[in-house]
Design a protein around this ligand. Structure first.
Ligand code: F6P
Length: 553
């Protein structure tokens, strides 16, 4: 595999970045009134403005040439064709099949993926209907109005984020708790708040072996037995979402209560599969179908639109430009909609578990930077927390600003205030405030020369902080589906350019194994334990200290 940073296309971009180093973005705007029209794309219910990046037409051409050099179109075709592009696990990557039209025919390794998907969707719909109509009853004959979704990572973040985002679409009287952490306080708080006679436990785990999820599921089952349920009632209160039928059966959930998905669905790409059952139960199956339809629109756009007008491709190319040529290592996700509060956490897994890699698909260490650190909070909250660093920090952070033009809950002028902040922030980050502007302003406030000299360095904003703005009419199931699919494909394109496999996650393994080894050394609070010696001095010391405290306490 050619190291992408040795290609002439990469070198051309390095030269572009050097040439633009002293050109402020505000100058690019001043000399180019059509910038907004040229550097924006509308697709699948979303509008992307990427004009507030340090781009010129030459840079865009060179980025497109880089995409061609990295075979983005060929890799895209391979993904849609169900080829095993997840090379280290020998798996296809076909989450697009989960939201395809019923008439589409996706297959992989001779398996008709579309037929499997349609059958499972039918089963999910049937189940949702029975729960919603009160026909699926608990052990005491009552309808189930509460879901406790037990899962972690992709089996938690996606459904949790989507359910929160679609709060205006919740079915009256229904509630869902998302329990992920092995910290027992997480599950205990939910169990304190639910009625065992009316609660459905949805055990969501692709592998059905994940320590956190199995620990929580076993504790939930024990609580259920202590609170009126019996072995024979498991079928009325527990369902499983998994690819592992054997482990589900071993847990005591029968096949009828298992909703399946397949190894060609990555955990962080699974909310469209059976893993979305908790979303469908909370917002209704029709709205879940609309979520899938929105993603499908973005898939079609991504699959068929030329690179230069392709929203995920351009968002990815801008990401590569900022990461590799401007040298930005952190990226903020800033939704200006409170219902998208969990989007940054969701995208952290989607992006960082996919592209947080330093080895290329063929095993060689890459010679360039890969995925940035992602973080974020809803606006305007973040403005009163970490935006100081975005505006004046020593490091440059890029950001995506996301907003619906119309709120689902228009309350007085709240949304206009929210939108004015959404707009003002990207303008401020791009323009900044020069020393001359600061000095003029202070002079206008009647400050003395000495005061101006002392204060002005603190009041300068360097500007040139790149942002994308993603606008939609309203945040609803279709637009949410498009938005998530946009990011999925963006991550894919970046991974292709960086030459990495975006679909494995070996980096989570080492800690899991070491935790399993350490568990016996701290298990059994109160027992006298031999001094730990098997680890480094720091880990041994901490184990011994924890054991001493737990023995006393
Ligand atoms: O953190 C690693 C990981 O494998 C994620 O990729 C996945 O989403 C999560 O654990 C949960 O896995 P499972 O659904 O198998 O319980």
């Amino acid at each position: 595999m050619t190291e992408i940073s040795s290609t002439p296309q990469w070198k051309a971009l390095e030269a572009d970045a050097a040439g633009l180093a002293q050109v402020p973005m505000r100058a690019l705007f001043d000399s180019d009134p059509d910038r907004f029209a040229r550097y924006s794309i509308e697709a699948a219910g979303l509008f992307l403005d990427y004009a507030k990046n340090k781009l010129t037409d030459q840079v865009v051409d060179h980025l497109l040439a880089l995409a061609a050099a990295a075979d983005v179109e060929e890799r895209r075709a391979a993904m849609f064709a169900g080829e095993a592009i997840n090379v280290t696990e020998g798996r296809a990557v076909l989450h697009v099949a989960l939201r395809a039209a019923a008439t589409d025919a996706y297959s992989t390794a001779g398996e008709d993926a579309s037929a499997l998907v349609q059958a499972e969707l039918k089963k999910m719909k049937g189940f949702c209907d029975r729960v919603h109509q009160g026909a699926f009853k608990g052990y005491s004959g009552k309808a189930l109005d509460t879901v406790v979704n037990i899962g972690i990572g992709g089996s938690d973040l996606g459904p949790q984020m989507a359910a929160a985002a679609l709060q205006p679409f919740w079915i009256d009287g229904r509630r869902t708790f998302f329990i992920s952490n092995v910290d027992g306080q997480h599950l205990a708080a939910a169990l304190d708040a639910v009625d065992p006679e009316r609660t459905l436990f949805v055990i969501a785990s692709k592998t059905f072996t994940t320590q956190e999820t199995m620990t929580n599921a076993k504790s939930a089952r024990a609580w259920f037995f202590e609170n009126g349920g019996g072995e024979d009632d498991i079928a009325k209160h527990f369902v499983a979402l998994s690819t592992n039928a054997e482990a589900v059966a071993a847990f005591g959930i029968d096949r009828e209560n298992m909703f399946q998905f397949w190894d060609w669905v990555g955990g962080r790409y699974s909310l469209w599969s059976a893993i979305g059952l908790s979303i469908a139960l909370q917002v209704g199956f029709d709205n879940f179908t609309k979520l899938l339809a929105g993603a499908q629109r973005m898939d079609q756009h991504f699959k068929t639109t030329p690179m230069a007008q392709n929203m995920p491709v351009m968002l990815a190319l801008v990401g590569v430009w900022n990461r590799n040529f401007i040298g930005i290592s952190a990226h903020a996700i800033l939704p200006y909609d409170q219902h998208l509060a969990r989007l940054p956490a969701y995208l952290q897994q989607a992006d960082m578990e996919s592209n947080g890699k330093r080895v290329s698909a063929d095993g060689s260490v890459v010679a360039h930077a890969t995925g940035p650190v992602l973080f974020g909070e809803p606006g305007t909250n973040g403005q009163h927390a970490f935006y100081q660093l975005l505006h004046q920090g020593a490091d440059i952070v890029s950001a995506d600003f996301i907003a619906p033009a119309i709120s689902q809950r228009e309350l007085g002028d709240h949304h206009e205030k929210l939108l004015s902040n959404f707009l003002a922030q990207t303008e401020a980050l791009m323009r900044g405030k020069t020393e001359a502007e600061v000095r003029d302003e202070l002079r206008g406030e009647g400050k003395s020369d000495a005061e101006i000299d002392a204060l002005s360095p603190h009041k300068i904003f360097p500007g040139d902080r790149p942002t994308n703005s993603i606008l939609m009419e309203r945040l609803e199931p279709e637009t949410l589906g498009s938005l998530i699919a946009l990011y999925e494909h963006k991550i894919f394109v970046e991974g292709v350019i960086w030459g990495i496999n975006s679909f494995d996650q070996w980096g989570v393994e080492l800690g899991k194994v070491l935790a399993r080894n350490i568990l016996p050394e701290i298990a059994g609070a109160g027992e006298e334990k031999p001094s730990a010696t098997a680890h480094d001095a720091s880990t041994n010391g901490l184990i011994n200290r924890i054991n001493a405290i737990r023995r006393k306490g």
